[in-house]
Design a protein around this ligand. Structure first.
Ligand code: NAD
Ligand code: MG
Length: 413
């Protein structure tokens, strides 16, 4: 397995203290939940950061509003018609922002020389190519888009190693673990006396439901997470526990861990964001209110701490912290993800692609909640495991799994 490659505080000066020029920031997926929180943090520190580019898929009105406030040099939408609309509106408003469109434009802003920091906050496999472009260009990459790493773990970490990119995990659990590990923790967990990573999970909105109740849940119920406010896809993933499964794979790559070194701990209050256990019996935890601006500010400011606009944690209001094991019988997606990581090769890319198709079908009312895991397992069983040693192999596994999942959905009528 490729060893985790993290920025080294000794060798770098990315914190703006010695270099007074504000850091140029690119936000891929600016109009989403993570993108919006990122712009909130950036706006608190105009002396440190300036927005170079923003991207969105179709939400041109939201991107227009963000451009008025943050005045980026470049804005990117998916379709030419939306880009034309945005260009005309921005010109009317007297803004010099250049508007581009399409996948190629996303990769261009991710590796632009004006970009010091790239927030990878596109949802799903669509984020892979621009995120990799930022990594290959050696940027400071704030990784929210876990699907990119899940699909292409070995290639992705190999590219980090090669380019010297500074990879900062933004997923709250991985950001917490990063904070709980020694600064230079490359080369396997054992070397640093770490015996286990404890990956916390809220358990989602359906914790404790029996199979009958689970089968009947609606997209609206699935998207109403008890502690976190997030995009619809990750909200459904949190409800099926696939999110925890994707995070387990993400943690294996980021921290050079084996799946058996990671324990999932259901902790309904979402106050402990994850922990690292050491050979001397110490367990180090990172706590905070469930607000993504904390890990985002950590990634932006590292190795310094900057204001995130987050309320201080009131432990008396929290009062208690509960822990229980995850129920892999009611929520088989967690098991499926662990098995995919153990199998290796293209198995995690297949898992991710089948899940994306199944979640979209569930959100469109075409698939039941408990059928999501069934689709993922059926696609897994019908897929040939392959080596994930090239981008082509990963993209082919992704496309093949999507086709199998869609064919299965059509077969259901
Ligand atoms: P979201 O749905 O709220 O936003 C997604 C963003 O990506 C939007 O700006 C959208 O326009 C853009 N986008 C969507 N499809 C695209 C496509 N095909 N091409 C280009 N752009 C596209 O999602 P989110 O909740 O902000 O999550 C973003 C990523 O961060 C996901 O990978 C998620 O797993 C991860 N993440 C999110 C949270 C959270 O609290 N929301 C926490 C941890 C990790
Ligand atoms: Mg998370």
């Amino acid at each position: 397995m490729t060893q985790g490659h993290f920025p080294d505080t000794a060798g770098r000066s990315l914190d703006g203290s010695s270099d007074r020029r504000p850091q140029g920031v690119v936000v891929l997926g600016a109009t989403g939940s993570i993108g919006t929180s990122t712009l909130d943090v950036i706006a608190r520190h105009p002396e440190r950061y300036r927005v170079h580019a923003l991207s969105a898929h179709r939400s041109r009105e939201s991107l227009y509003q963000q451009c008025l406030v943050h005045r980026p040099d470049v804005a990117v939408l998916d379709a030419a018609v939306d880009a034309d609309w945005l260009g005309a509106r921005l010109a009317e408003a007297g803004l010099p922002t250049e508007v581009r469109h399409g996948e190629q434009a996303l990769a261009e802003i991710a590796r632009a020389s004006e970009a010091d920091v790239v927030m990878a906050a596109i949802v799903g496999a669509a984020g892979l190519l621009p995120t990799l472009a930022a990594v290959q260009a050696g940027k400071r990459v704030l990784l929210a888009n876990k699907e990119a790493l899940v699909m292409s773990g070995a290639l992705f970490m190999g590219a980090v190693e090669q380019s010297g990119a500074a990879l900062l995990p933004i997923d709250s659990e991985h950001n917490a673990i990063f904070q709980c590990l020694p600064q230079r923790h490359r080369g396997g967990l054992e070397r640093h006396g770490v015996t286990q990573l404890l990956l916390t999970a809220s358990g989602g909105p359906f914790r404790g439901y029996d199979p009958e109740r689970l089968a009947a849940v609606t997209p609206e119920q699935a998207c109403a997470h008890p502690n976190w406010s997030m995009g619809r896809k990750i909200s459904v993933d949190s409800a099926t526990l696939m999110n925890k499964g994707l995070e387990l794979i993400e943690a294996c790559w980021l921290f050079d861990a084996r799946p058996d070194q990671i324990q999932v701990v259901v902790h309904p209050q979402s106050v402990i964001h994850s922990m690292a256990a050491y050979s001397d019996g110490s367990v180090i935890a990172q706590l905070g209110n469930p607000d993504m601006r904390t890990p985002i500010a950590y990634g932006l400011g590292w190795p310094e701490r900057i204001d995130a606009g987050v309320k201080p944690l009131d432990l008396f209001a929290v009062a208690r912290l509960d822990f229980e094991p995850a129920d892999e019988t009611a929520f088989p997606c967690l098991r499926l993800a662990r098995e995919a990581m153990e199998e290796g090769g293209t198995a995690p890319a297949v898992l991710n692609a089948a899940n994306e198709v199944a979640v979209a079908a569930f959100l469109n009312g075409r698939l039941g909640f408990t059928d999501i895991a069934r689709v993922v397992e059926r696609v897994r069983d019908a897929s040939e495991p392959r080596r994930a040693d090239s981008l082509e192999a990963v993209l082919a596994a992704d496309a093949g799994a999507r086709a199998l999942a869609k064919a299965g959905l059509e077969g259901r009528g």
